[in-house]
Design a protein around this ligand. Structure first.
Ligand code: CP
Length: 325
């Protein structure tokens, strides 16, 4: 087994958090440490033998109350790549179906020796409750409409790989902002890095609290016109149109949504040349992105997924090192 490279200038000893629940409280040095560690993890992934034994003896549980492909699979791959034992649990098929509470479930996982619980829950705030009731570390893998911190960090990592810096860069996030935990967590990291974020969508899919008071060096504004917002954009991130929202009458029809908010070749031509196209997935191809844009040269959709492993390895490494210290 090869050991993890320690090319990070700041070591894991500078990480002090037990849990990762959102990006809103992350400091700039903490974000930089995660990114730097993720770069080292990416190097590990590129080696012929892409496994190390750094987390041998660490047990990680993925506890998913809601469907997932990318987050769950990449945490499992990340944990195994670091030599950890990984246990996978979904609400379906576990004692949750017999009525076991969230608190009892996380305490049970702790009792069998779990060090880190990666958790997804349909209720906003559930990981915060879990974190209060277990000594195991909790990583939020997405809670309701609230937060998805590891997605935001892998999005940031991917943007920086291409742009170097986000200082003054225009990032347009378009779609169902109202229900998007991805948009919320991205807002904090992107403004912390100095980006000019534009949140764009139909008025019925924009929360009333917008624009928020941003404390980072970046800024945030709101637009209901993608044609206007996309002018001069360096990054365009489309969010999944949650079809179930139509039933609540928040958009007139998918056809009208596509007409106003789909990122297609004509709209992308209004952005800066070579603007990056992103989507957290899962994607409704032909709705949020036209097929030629989804699979075009500017699309980073698959790169985002690949980077998710390196970023999640970094987070597992930092959090496990903290709990062993
Ligand atoms: N982006 C994301 O969270 O995807 P999954 O739902 O597949 O995990």
């Amino acid at each position: 087994m090869l050991e993890t490279p320690t090319s990070t200038a700041a070591g894991p000893s500078t990480w002090t958090r037990k849990d990762l629940l959102d990006t809103d409280t992350l400091t700039r040095p903490e974000i930089d440490l995660i990114l730097e560690t993720a770069r080292a993890m990416r190097e590990v992934r590129m080696r012929p033998v892409s496994k190390v034994s750094t987390l041998r003896g660490t047990t990680i549980a993925t506890l998913f109350y809601e469907q997932s492909t990318r987050t769950r699979a990449s945490f499992e791959v990340a944990g195994k790549a670091l030599g950890a034992d990984v246990v996978n649990l979904t609400a379906s098929g576990s004692s949750v179906e017999k009525g076991e509470t969230l608190i009892d479930t996380v305490r049970t996982l702790e009792a069998i020796g779990t060090d880190i619980i990666v958790m997804r829950h349909h209720r906003s705030g559930a990981p915060y409750l879990a974190a209060l009731h277990t000594g195991a570390s909790i990583i939020n893998g997405g809670d309701g409409t609230h937060a998805h911190p590891t997605q935001a960090l892998l999005d940031l990592f991917t943007m920086l790989q291409h742009l170097g810096s986000l200082e003054g860069r225009k990032v347009v996030i378009v779609g169902d902002i109202l229900h998007s935990r991805v948009a919320r967590s991205n807002l904090w990291t992107l403004t912390a890095m100095g980006a000019r974020v534009v949140l764009c969508g139909p008025a019925t899919l924009l929360p009333r609290w917008l624009p928020p008071r941003c404390e980072g060096p970046g800024s945030c504004s709101v637009s209901t016109s993608l044609d206007a917002a996309i002018e001069g954009a360096d990054v365009v991130m489309a969010l999944r149109m949650q079809k179930e929202r139509q039933e609540r009458g928040l958009i007139p029809s998918l056809r009208e949504y596509i007409a106003g908010y789909q990122v297609n070749a004509a709209r992308l031509a209004r952005a800066n040349p070579g603007a990056l196209v992103m989507h957290p997935g899962p994607m409704n191809e032909g709705i949020e992105l036209s097929p030629e844009v989804a699979h075009g040269a500017q699309s980073l959709v698959e790169e985002q997924v690949a980077n998710g492993v390196a970023v999640r390895m970094a987070l597992l490494y930092l959090i496990a090192a903290r709990s062993r210290a």
